[in-house]
Write a protein that binds this ligand. Structure first.
Ligand SMILES: [Fe+2]
Ligand SMILES: [Fe+2]
Length: 183
């Protein structure tokens, strides 16, 4: 996987983030989308660099927690602006990232494998808002596979459990640990 200055990028994204950094569309969600996406990529063959960039950018420009029109497109525009500063990507990768970000909340389930892997990585994290991912709305065979679905769902549920248990959670503010940076 190509290098990303994760600490620099996430610090920048946090600085411009308009909603709750520790909320259901914040950094912990991004980290789980990343983990889900990289897990699925092992089977789908998706471009891991795009999958990781999608995790960081797709919800980065939300302005509210609910239906928030255009947030994927705004995230994609931001990615284009930050290309070359915190990460590099080819034009083909940027095109995939753009498509994945712009249409990620439109319920589409056909298209390029890397794009579909990004969308499934996001959908597999619905447990954070009390929903169980429905295999009928997942795009890839890998995401519909019971073991992957359960693994991703368990990640989401564990976060919900922690949210309800901890009222002060400074440890959770940075779930991307330096250990993950080489992956
Ligand atoms: Fe989103
Ligand atoms: Fe998301």
């Amino acid at each position: 996987m190509r290098d990303i200055d994760r600490r620099g990028l996430l610090t920048y994204l946090q600085g411009q983030f308009e909603i709750d950094w520790k909320g259901c569309h914040g950094i912990a969600h991004w980290a789980r989308v990343r983990a889900n996406g990289l897990m699925l990529a092992e089977q789908t063959g998706a471009n891991r660099h795009v999958v990781e960039l999608f995790a960081f950018f797709h919800d980065s420009r939300r302005t509210s927690e609910g239906i928030n029109l255009g947030h994927g497109r705004r995230g994609s525009v931001l990615a284009e602006q930050l290309r070359g500063r915190f990460f590099d990507a080819s034009d083909a990768e940027m095109a995939l990232l753009h498509h994945a970000c712009v249409y990620h909340s439109d319920g589409i389930n056909t298209g390029d494998t890397t794009v579909l892997t990004c969308w499934d990585a996001d959908r597999l994290d619905l447990g954070r808002v009390g929903m169980t991912p429905d295999p009928r709305y997942l795009c890839t065979k890998a995401a519909r596979q019971e073991s992957n679905l359960q693994r991703a769902h368990a990640r989401a549920i564990a976060w919900v459990d922690r949210q309800t248990r901890w009222t002060t959670d400074s440890d959770q503010a940075w779930p991307i640990s330096p250990k993950m940076e080489g992956r």
